[in-house]
Ligand binder design. Structure first.
Ligand SMILES: [Zn+2]
Length: 179
């Protein structure tokens, strides 16, 4: 069994690599492949990396959204490292399992994304067909833009809340273990 400090280091470097969209270091990868603690995280990171890549290939907007989410996770982690107060008071350091929770939630939230986008595009196309005869073109594009802006707002809210949710879940789990 590897010492827990080693695993914590590997876990944080694996997460960093995902956030940077770079390959994990060979040593960390070798450790994770042999380690019962880090193994599942490596699998999740690999899967999530593939998912992000595919989404980025298909659509431009989700790529920007995932970038925004990643920035947000990173800034939360950075604040924790600097010992800043975060809205939910925590002891020094992130709760154990925070990166894992983040990845799980992000993965779950990304899965239906292409469907939601496709549905919205279909809805917009239908709206254009139905309203196209009624509304002047300039007004139609204004309505379309307002709809897209509203949808984007919801997406930002959904993906932006992931780090906070993950934080809370990891915290709750830690509390359950220690009580
Ligand atoms: Zn390990």
């Amino acid at each position: 069994m590897a010492p827990p400090e080693r695993c914590a280091e590997v876990e944080s470097r694996l997460t960093e690599a995902l956030l940077d969209r770079s390959e994990p270091e060979a040593g960390d990868r070798a450790h994770a492949e042999d380690c019962a603690t880090c193994g599942p995280l490596l699998l999740e990171i690999t899967e999530l990396g593939d998912q992000l890549e595919r989404l980025g290939d298909v659509l431009d907007a989700p790529d920007r959204l995932t970038d925004a989410t990643i920035l947000r996770v990173r800034s939360l982690m950075e604040r924790e490292r600097l010992g800043d107060r975060v809205p939910m008071r925590v002891p020094a350091g992130l709760p154990k399992g925070f990166p894992g929770e983040c990845l799980r939630l992000l993965g779950a939230a990304l899965l239906p994304f292409p469907i939601v986008v496709a549905w919205n595009l279909a809805f917009l196309a239908l709206g254009e067909q139905v309203l196209g005869n009624v509304l002047p073109a300039s007004l139609l594009s204004t309505v379309g833009a307002a709809y897209v802006a509203a949808a984007a707002g919801w997406f930002a809210l959904l993906y932006g809340s992931i780090p906070i949710l993950a934080h809370r879940r990891a915290q709750r789990r830690t509390a359950e273990v220690s009580s």
